[in-house]
Structure formats: structure tokens, C-alpha cells
Design a protein around this ligand. Structure first.
Ligand code: NAD
Length: 492
């Protein structure tokens, strides 16, 4: 059985496989992944610290060239990378290419690094005194990523971290780790010096050892809320800079004036795309006023037309879930729904594939807070409809939810949309846009239990997170200008 190698100091490093990797479309174990422990971690961090000394001193134009070359290589290898992702994750090839495209945006943004890393200069803040600021790399960045976007989320982190002159250790999800190793090889081909970007595989044991290690300066984490909370606490206690993005429960509010066909299409795309395994997936449709019956009918009629199948079958709309355990968990929300007075409008559990972790589109109506279907992040192809009487009730519902990653409002009323965007306690808001993932010139981040630490990821906040500011105050006094003065220096 093939074991996925670590990527240390520019080469693949074999290690005994310990955890199985499944092809979710067949359920077969297709490879194994090792678990990096103290000795491998110590070796990799020694390499990172050494590589950091030269990379942080590299010129901005050199770094730009590497990122430009990486961009080209990612484009050239699109088919290969998408196939690797689909084989281990299960998503359709088109969806895998979509996530690569969104990751690529971050590389393109990072190519503008000489603009993003520019400091400020103030001439003559006091007589003969100037001030300027610079941003320096924070050091060795640990990037810990989830299974659901195996190339996009690593690129969210690595592009800006490398552009800022840091060394990076990526600990990808153990469920679909192979594409990270290819990313390492492509970075090397792009001209990144050995050791600046490394990949260590493993699970919680590996993450815990890395978080304790004094050689790690900053931690970027994306994953589920309980792990994000714990990684944030541990890394902070260990004195590291940390941003930890967690889970989500994204609502889509449909006001009575909305175009219901537009809203139904959006609910289908954002609810069932990638089998609902997106952190910005819509999982709750909030039907306001009297739209619910018509909206539920339109969503159900569209759900009936979806085709669930293997990700490499071009006729599939979405693929399998990531694992047998996850499939059982998601099915449980649907089979137990009637006990909570929830109407199962479409029951995707009735499909019985001969192999793989498939679940058809599920649609639940009359869902209420306080039930597991509403309260938990399901992370599967399950759309819940909550019926509310008016705008204020919809807003209260969204704001009372402990998550605050994304939210959407569908309406033709600009004022209602504006009020909603102002009053809602969520980080990313779509107006007639169901998955409002910001483009790379903005930063991505939720509120409440969807983000621990203050820094959003990628975009301007990414550059800020991966750098430390220095402010230099300069004076070149002439001998005649010096004097003894014990007062606190004043600018006037
Ligand atoms: P996960 O939390 O199980 O795993 C994420 C990473 O943490 C993996 O690399 C994993 O190996 C590691 N890990 C697992 N257990 C750990 C532990 N006890 N201690 C330390 N590290 C541990 O998440 P997942 O199932 O891979 O991904 C799905 C989750 O990620 C969902 O909750 C989804 O909403 C969330 N997500 C959030 C965003 C966002 O931007 N907010 C983006 C993508 C995914």
C-alpha cells in the first residue's frame, strides 16, 4: 500500500503509513498517510529555521518571480491537481478546478507583494526627524488545513505567508493530503529554495507537537469550531500569533419580494454543491412571510433533478461525503428529523449505492432552533427551512446563532438589504449572492464561533498577520544641535 511522503527540505521523504486514505466514491482504502512525531518535526523545523534566514532576506522581486512562476505551474497542472483532489476528497472535477481557481486568486494577489509590503514614510515629524515603517516576516508559519478544500485553503495561507518572507510548514488534512505534496514540488519548480515550504502529515498528535514547538512563530488554522477553539487556546498559551477559523451555519434569508426562482437556484447551488461540505455552504433557508410554500416547492423540484455520483463522472452534480462515519452522522439528522416535528420534504437517505459514501439531496421543512438539525453544523447535502413571520424575526434568528461565518439575503429591496448588512453579526454577507467568499483583495473571516483570534485570512489582513511592524525614527543631528535635555522627547 502506497504511503504518502512528507515533503521536507525540497524532497519527498518516505515514512510508514499509519492512517488510511479512502476514495469516498468507492469506499476503498487507496493509500496511507504517516503521522509525524517529535523526531521528524524537530528535523523539519531545523530546516525551516535555516531556510528562513535566506528567504526572509530575499529581494521582493525574487519572491514575486517565484509566485508568478507558481501561478503558471498551477494553471498548467490544473487537470492533474483536480484529479488528485477528486480521488481523495470525492468532489466533482469541475468543483476541484473551481477551488483551484479560487486558490490561484490568492497567488495572483500575492504577486503584488511589493505593493502590499510597502511601508510608510513621514518627513520632518519634528525638526530634523523623519519616521518610516517596515513590515518584516513573522518567522516560521504553521498552516493547518481541513479536508474540504485541500488546495484552496493551503493557498489562502501559503501565498501571502511566503510572499511576506516567511517559511511555512503545512499540516494538511490526513483525509486528502496528496495534493499538498504536489504543491511543494510545484513551489520548488517555481524557484522557491528548499526548506522554505514543507509538508508534514499527521493528525491531532502532530498538531499538538507542532503547537508546542518553540520553532513555530505563527499559526494559521482552518477547520471545525471545537478544534479551532482549542488550537487558538494552545497556540496563544505557547506565545504564538494565531488565527483559527472554525465551522459555520450559514443562513439564506429570503424576503417576500425576492425572485423565488433566483432564490431557489441559489439555495440548490449553495446548499448541495460539493455535497454541502463547504464552510460557506447554505444550510438554513429562512423563508420570510408567505414565501415558504412556494419556495420549498421550487427547491424540491430542482433537488429532484440533481444527480449524485462519482466526482470523475462529468454528469454528477455532486459527489460522495468524505467518510463512512461522516455519512452515518449526516444521515442521522435526516432519519431523526420527524421526532423533532420536522417535515422531511426530500429524503436523500433512500439512495442505496453499491459502494461509496453517497447521500442524495435532503430537504427539511419546519425546522426550529433547539433541534439538532438546526443547532449543529451538519456539513452535508441537507437544507433546512425555517419559517419566520418578518424581517426582524429573520435578523434575530441569524444573530442568535453562535456561528457567524457567512449569510445571504435575497430581496429586490435595497434598503432592506442595507439594513440587514448593517445589523447582522456575521463576517461575510451576500446580497443576492449565496456564497459570498470575498475575492482575494479582501480578507475572509467569520465572527463569533467561526473565528478565534482577530485576524481574518488572506488579502490585506493576511499580509498583516504574516508580518510584524517596525517603526524607525531617524535624526541626523549636527554637532551644534546636540544638548543635554532629560525631558520626555516632544515633537513640538
Ligand atoms: P477538523 O477540525 O476535523 O480538522 C482540521 C485540521 O485539524 C486537520 O488538519 C486535522 O488533522 C487537524 N485536527 C483534527 N483534530 C485535531 C485536534 N484534536 N487537535 C489539533 N488538530 C486537529 O476539520 P475538517 O473535518 O477537516 O474540516 C471541516 C470543518 O472545517 C468544518 O467545520 C468546516 O466548516 C470547517 N471549515 C471552515 C472554513 C472557514 O474558512 N471558516 C473553511 C473550510 C472548512
Amino acid at each position: 500500500m502506497q504511503s504518502i511522503p512528507h515533503f521536507i527540505n525540497g524532497v519527498r521523504v518516505d515514512a510508514p503509513g499509519e492512517l488510511p486514505i479512502h476514495n469516498p466514491a468507492t469506499g476503498q482504502v487507496i493509500a496511507q498517510v504517516p503521522v509525524a512525531r517529535a523526531d521528524v518535526i524537530a528535523r523539519a523545523l531545523d530546516v525551516s529555521r535555516e531556510a528562513l534566514t535566506t528567504w526572509r532576506a530575499s529581494s521582493l522581486s525574487r519572491r514575486t518571480q517565484v509566485l508568478f512562476a507558481l501561478r503558471q505551474l498551477l494553471v498548467q497542472h490544473e487537470d492533474e491537481l483536480a484529479a488528485i483532489i477528486t480521488r481523495e476528497h470525492g468532489k466533482t472535477l469541475a468543483d476541484a478546478k473551481g477551488e483551484l481557481a479560487r486558490g490561484l486568486e490568492n497567488v495572483e494577489y500575492a504577486c503584488g507583494l511589493s505593493e502590499h509590503l510597502k511601508g510608510d514614510f513621514s518627513d520632518q515629524v519634528a525638526d530634523g526627524v523623519d519616521v518610516h515603517s517596515v513590515r518584516e516576516p513573522v518567522g516560521v508559519v504553521l498552516a493547518i488545513t481541513p479536508f474540504n478544500f485541500p488546495i484552496m485553503v493551503p493557498l489562502w495561507m501559503c501565498a501571502n505567508a511566503l510572499a511576506s518572507g516567511n517559511a511555512v510548514i503545512l499540516k494538511p488534512s490526513e483525509k486528502d493530503p496528496s495534493v499538498s505534496v504536489r504543491l511543494g514540488e510545484l513551489l520548488r519548480e517555481a524557484g522557491l529554495p528548499d526548506g522554505v515550504f514543507q509538508v508534514l502529515h499527521g493528525n491531532a498528535t502532530t498538531v499538538e507537537a507542532l503547537l508546542e514547538h518553540p520553532g513555530v512563530d505563527a499559526v494559521s488554522f482552518v477547520g471545525s469550531t471545537p478544534i479551532a477553539r482549542s488550537v487558538h487556546a494552545r497556540a496563544t498559551a505557547a506565545g504564538k500569533r494565531v488565527q483559527a477559523l472554525g465551522g459555520a451555519k450559514n443562513h439564506m434569508v429570503v424576503l417576500p419580494d425576492a425572485d423565488l426562482d433566483v432564490a431557489a437556484d441559489a439555495a440548490i447551488n449553495a446548499g448541495y454543491g460539493s455535497a454541502g461540505e463547504r464552510c460557506m455552504a447554505i444550510s438554513v433557508v429562512v423563508a420570510v412571510g408567505d414565501v415558504a410554500d412556494a419556495l420549498v416547492a421550487k427547491i424540491a423540484e430542482r433537488a429532484d433533478r440533481l444527480r449524485v455520483g462519482a466526482g470523475d463522472d462529468p454528469t454528477s452534480d455532486f459527489g460522495p461525503l468524505i467518510s463512512a462515519e461522516h455519512l452515518a452522522r449526516v444521515r442521522g439528522y435526516v432519519t431523526s428529523a420527524p421526532r423533532d416535528a420536522i417535515t422531511v420534504v426530500r429524503d436523500g437517505t433512500t439512495i442505496e449505492p453499491s459502494e461509496g459514501y453517497f447521500l442524495g439531496p435532503c430537504l427539511l421543512d419546519h425546522v426550529q432552533p433547539g433541534t439538532p438539525a438546526y443547532d449543529d453544523e451538519i456539513f452535508g447535502p441537507v437544507l433546512s427551512v425555517v419559517r419566520v413571520d418578518n424581517f426582524d424575526e429573520a435578523l434575530r434568528l441569524v444573530n442568535a446563532n453562535p456561528y457567524g461565518n457567512g449569510v445571504a439575503i435575497f430581496t429586490r429591496d435595497g434598503n432592506a438589504a442595507r439594513l440587514f448588512a448593517k445589523r447582522v453579526t456575521v463576517g461575510m454577507i451576500g446580497v443576492n449572492v449565496p456564497i459570498p467568499v470575498p475575492v482575494s483583495a479582501y480578507s475572509f473571516g467569520g465572527w463569533k464561533s467561526s473565528l478565534f483570534g482577530h485576524a481574518h485570512i488572506y488579502g490585506p489582513e493576511g499580509f498583516a498577520f504574516y508580518t510584524r511592524a517596525k517603526v524607525i525614527t531617524t535624526r541626523w543631528p549636527q554637532p551644534s544641535e546636540t544638548q543635554i535635555d532629560l525631558g520626555f522627547p516632544r515633537t513640538r
